[in-house]
Design a protein around this ligand. Sequence first.
Ligand code: AMP
Length: 116
Amino acid sequence: MAEETIFSKIIRKEIPADIVYQDDLVTAFRDINPRAPSHMLIIPNKLIPTVNDIEAEDEATMGRMFTVARKLAEEEGIAENGYRLIMNCNNHGGQEVYHIHMHLLGGRPLGPMTVG
Ligand code: AMP
């Protein structure tokens, strides 16, 4: 059984977060340490520690993460100019919180993708 992270508490609203979207499958909130004018995290309500732990039964949830990212980008007014979606996996990927999350970043030109 995977250990819960702070993100489970955010989903259950046990600690404060700037939640911008929530439904039966996913929750989205603003990153506490934004790296761009718009920086949100889209996470599954189910605790999946890393991308390596995604199962076939999670496919609907993974799809929802993308449709919510698209919707939030539109609402944020960054869809047309563009944005970046990032998921980090494990140590070499720079993952810090072991509850998978999609970073949605935009609001300025992000430049070429850098890798560390
Ligand atoms: P990663 O390095 O991909 O695991 O990213 C974890 C992200 O979670 C970082 O961008 C953090 O700033 C963000 N984060 C950590 N704790 C919180 C929190 N309580 N509320 C919002 N974002 C958080």
